[in-house]
Design a protein around this ligand. Structure first.
Ligand SMILES: [Zn+2]
Length: 73
């Protein structure tokens, strides 16, 4: 897995919807790649922040901010 693939599977990973095999590949990559680790930590904090807000819907603005963080779109 390269960084691009990691970014593409991150949201599934954080929602715990990622297949176990992929999960393990991703975690293996995280051990060797500092950049991806920072991104995952940031996303994880953001996700848990939104989970703690009573409103379930992730605002579009937050989604855009996430995309900016991972520099995909
Ligand atoms: Zn990486």
């Amino acid at each position: 897995m390269d960084c691009q693939e990691i970014f593409e599977t991150l949201s599934e990973y954080l929602d715990e919807e990622l297949a176990q095999v992929k999960c393990r590949e991703l975690e293996r990559h995280l051990k060797t790649c500092h950049n991806c680790r920072v991104v995952v930590d940031t996303l994880r904090q953001t996700v848990s922040l939104y989970h703690s807000i009573p409103c379930e819907r992730l605002p579009d603005e937050a989604r855009l901010r996430l995309h900016k963080v991972i520099k995909l779109k």
